[in-house]
Structures are given as structure tokens and as C-alpha cells.
Design a protein around this ligand. Structure first.
Ligand SMILES: *[C@@H]1O[C@H](CO)[C@@H](O)[C@H](O)[C@H]1NC(C)=O
Ligand SMILES: *[C@@H]1O[C@H](CO)[C@@H](O)[C@H](O)[C@H]1NC(C)=O
Length: 288
């Protein structure tokens, strides 16, 4: 009886610590690109906050399998998107800018919900419409409600591409995702301003989230969990083909072009380190 009570007491805490550990090779991807490397710049001229130079851009691997947001020397920040159903609830209560609908409301209606709910659905805002410059991810092969992997606060989460930006701002996610990343300090008008977040977006129709996802989930955790079977094979594409030969789950190590880009970039770096090291050693022995 007492034990049950203790268990029930601890349950909420147990839930909050059930996070997804970043697989080693996703970490390698993050490390390779966190300083702003952008193999294919799809569109530039965006910004993370109002008072900032328009230096953010949409990037892709050279085979254009994966897209993400980068600054000149960084990844992206995370503002809070409170659009959609129930937009004035919870952490969004103080957001004055919430729109009544998200970009793909018509599409989610087919899955039996009125609209995405920022308080429950793990989604990111990607693409910029209506201003110049604009960027339409579908032109680069990203499907509407496409699957994304978000690395934030030392964890990673699955999400869908759920909304677009109206202006030139970029780097935004649903309040539920932001809270999972950075805790309960996130509100409609207070996001995460460090530009260290990776929003990895997948191209191709296989990345389009469909009816197998639990759109009617009542919690962020349940919705995000339902994306896992969908996202894992895609994530393994990112992870396959590194130097260690393993995928995210110690997988088959089959080469994916997306991963080869990373390895290719590293190939430039290692010889340079070797040459500099050898030169340093030669000078050392000549002098002493
Ligand atoms: C809106 O959110 C509140 C608080 O999370 C919840 O109690 C309510 O049921 C939600 N309404 C709808 C229509 O989802
Ligand atoms: C949903 O998408 C997955 C992954 O592309 C696919 O395997 C599955 O058949 C799809 N299911 C439906 C009902 O469309």
C-alpha cells in the first residue's frame, strides 16, 4: 500500500526523465554541423530574432536527403509556436501572436483532429511564406507533415513539420516540444535563444507522417512515442555509414549518401591535423 503510494508519487518524475539519448552517430552529425557548416545552401536571408542580421539559412547535405537550419557559425534557436487548436492554454496563455490555424490544418483533419495542438503535438515550424526571402520546403522534396528529428538540450525527439513562418524569422517549435527540450520555463513569449538546436528534416514521401501516427494522443509523450516506429528507420539513414560502421542501434553500417557527406568532410580535416602534427614534431626534434 505504502509502496504503491510512493510509486504513484514518483511516477510523474519517472516520466519526465524518460528521454531519448542521442545515438552516437546522430551526435556525430550534430558535431559535424554545429558550427554552421552548410554543404548546400538552399536559401539564405533569414534570422533567429527580430534585432538580428539576416544571416540564417536553410541547408542540406549535398545529396539533399536532409535539411536543417543554420546560422553563419551555429545551428538554430527555438522560439515557441502557439498556433492551432487550444492556442491560449497552458504555457501559451501569454502568447499574443497565436494564429487560429496551423499550415496543414486541412491535412491533419483527415486524421480526425481539428488541428495540431501546440500543447500536445511535437511539431516544428519550417519554411517561410509571404515575405521575401521565402522558402518552400516542399520544393526541396519535404512532404507536408514530414518527419523531423530535433536535437535539443542534450536529448533528441521526433516531431513533424507542422507549421510555416509568416515572416523571415526561423527556429520555432510547439510549446510541448520546447518544454520537453528545455523545461517548464518555456512560454509563448519566452523560448530558447541559444542557437544550438538541430532541426533535421527528411525529404521524400516515405517521410510523410500518416494515419499510423497517434494524432489523437492526449499527451506530448504519447504523440512523440507514436512517431518513433516511423522515425527510427529514417534516423538510421542519417546514422549509417560512419567510420565506426554502425548505425544508431549498432546497425548494419550500410552506407547512406547523407552520411558519406559527413565522412567526406572529415576526410579533409584528418589529413590536415596529421600534416600539422607531423610538422610540429619535426620542428620540435630539430630544436631540442
Ligand atoms: C485545451 O487545453 C486544456 C488544458 O491543457 C484542456 O483542459 C482542454 O481539454 C483542451 N481543449 C481541447 C478542445 O483540446
Ligand atoms: C505509413 O507510412 C509508413 C512509412 O512510410 C508505411 O510503411 C505505412 O504503410 C503507411 N501506412 C499507411 C496506412 O499509409
Amino acid at each position: 500500500m505504502k509502496l504503491t503510494a510512493l510509486f504513484l508519487l514518483l511516477l510523474p518524475f519517472a516520466e519526465t526523465v524518460l528521454t531519448r539519448k542521442i545515438p552516437q552517430n546522430l551526435q556525430s552529425f550534430l558535431d559535424g554541423y554545429k558550427s554552421g557548416k552548410c554543404p548546400t545552401e538552399l536559401k539564405s536571408g533569414f534570422r533567429f530574432s527580430d534585432n538580428q542580421a539576416k544571416s540564417a539559412r536553410y541547408c542540406a547535405t549535398s545529396d539533399r536527403k536532409f535539411l536543417w537550419l543554420a546560422g553563419p557559425k551555429s545551428l538554430a534557436d527555438m522560439d515557441i509556436d502557439c498556433d492551432g487548436a487550444n492556442r491560449s492554454a497552458g504555457g501559451c496563455a501569454n502568447d499574443p501572436t497565436g494564429q487560429s490555424v496551423t499550415a496543414f490544418q486541412d491535412r491533419v483533419a483527415k486524421f480526425g483532429i481539428e488541428d495540431l495542438d501546440s500543447n500536445k503535438h511535437s511539431y516544428i515550424v519550417f519554411g517561410n511564406q509571404g515575405y521575401s526571402p521565402s522558402f518552400d520546403p516542399t520544393q526541396s522534396g519535404v512532404p507536408e507533415l514530414g518527419l523531423a528529428v530535433v536535437v535539443c538540450g542534450g536529448q533528441f525527439f521526433y516531431a513533424v513539420w507542422g507549421d510555416t513562418n509568416g515572416g523571415t524569422l526561423v527556429g520555432e517549435a510547439s510549446i510541448s516540444l520546447a518544454t520537453a527540450c528545455f523545461g517548464s520555463g518555456m512560454t509563448g513569449n519566452s523560448g530558447h535563444s541559444d542557437t544550438d538546436v538541430l532541426y533535421l528534416v527528411f525529404t521524400g514521401n516515405r517521410a510523410a507522417a500518416n494515419s499510423t501516427v497517434d494524432w489523437k494522443a492526449q499527451t506530448f509523450q504519447d504523440f512523440e512515442d507514436s512517431l518513433e516506429p516511423f522515425g527510427r528507420p529514417l534516423l538510421e539513414e542519417v546514422c549509417a555509414g560512419y567510420a565506426d560502421g554502425g548505425g544508431c542501434s549498432g546497425g548494419d553500417g550500410k552506407k547512406s549518401a547523407g552520411a558519406r557527406v559527413i565522412w567526406g568532410d572529415a576526410m579533409i580535416g584528418y589529413p590536415l591535423v596529421f600534416i600539422l602534427g607531423a610538422a610540429g614534431g619535426w620542428i620540435f626534434f630539430r630544436i631540442f
